[in-house]
Design a protein around this ligand. Sequence first.
Ligand SMILES: Cc1cc2nc3c(=O)[nH]c(=O)nc-3n(C[C@H](O)[C@H](O)[C@H](O)COP(=O)(O)OP(=O)(O)OC[C@H]3O[C@@H](n4cnc5c(N)ncnc54)[C@H](O)[C@@H]3O)c2cc1C
Length: 202
Amino acid sequence: MAYYEDLAEVYMGDDVSPDFYAWVFPKCDHVAVGTDLGGGEIIRVEAHPIPEHPRPRRLSGRVALVGDAAGYVTKCSGEGIYFAAKSGRMCAEAIVEGSENGKRMVEERDLRKYLEKWDKTYWPTYKVLDILQKVFYRSNPAKEAFVEMCADDYVQKMTFDSYLYKRVVPGSPLEDLKLAVNTIGSLVRANALRREMDKINV
Ligand SMILES: Cc1cc2nc3c(=O)[nH]c(=O)nc-3n(C[C@H](O)[C@H](O)[C@H](O)COP(=O)(O)OP(=O)(O)OC[C@H]3O[C@@H](n4cnc5c(N)ncnc54)[C@H](O)[C@@H]3O)c2cc1C
C-alpha cells in the first residue's frame, strides 16, 4: 500500500488486457487492481464486462433503456457513471413532459423524444471515441503510439476538457492539423517497431 500511496498505474498491453487497460488505483486504505497482482491480500474479486456497445434496440412500447442497460459506456475511456445518470434524467424528463406532469399515460412516441435528444447530444462523442479506439487499441504498437500522443500538452487539454464537459470539444484547426501529423508519425514509428520486434521474435 505504501508503494501506491501517491501512485496510480495504468498498463496497456494485450498480454494483460486484450482490448483495454489494466490498472492499479489506490483507494483510501487499499488498492483496486484491474489485473493480477503478485502477492498482497485479496479482499474481494469483482468482474463485469463493460457494456460499451449501444444496444440496437433501446425502446419498446413504454419501456426505454438507460445507462449500462442501453450500452452507454464510452469507448476509449470506459466512462459510464455520468452517462447512466444523465440518460436516466433525460428519460425521466421525457416522461414528465409526455405525461403532462402525470395527467396522461406516456406512449412509445413520448419516450422516443429522450432517444432523439440523447443521440443528437452524444452521437458525435460516441463516434469520435469509437474511431479513436479502433485506431489506437487494435495492437500493442498502436497503443504505444497512443501513449506517446498523450504526452502532448494539446492532447492533454483536449482530453481534460472532453472529460469535464462530457463531449468531444472543438479544438484549434492548426493544433488539430499538427496533432494529425504527429499521430501519423507515431503510428508509423509504432508499426516500424512492431516489424523489428516480429523479426527478433522469429
Ligand atoms: C471494472 C469497472 C470499472 C469502471 N470504471 C468506471 C470509471 O472509472 N468511471 C465511470 O464513469 N464508469 C466506470 N465504469 C462503468 C460504470 O460503473 C457503469 O457504466 C455505471 O455504473 C452504470 O450505471 P447503471 O445505473 O446503468 O447500472 P448499474 O450501476 O449496474 O446499476 C444497475 C443496478 O440494478 C440492480 N439490478 C439488476 N437486476 C435487478 C433486478 N432484477 N431487480 C432489482 N435490481 C436489479 C443491480 O444490482 C445494480 O445495482 C466501470 C465499470 C466497471 C465494471
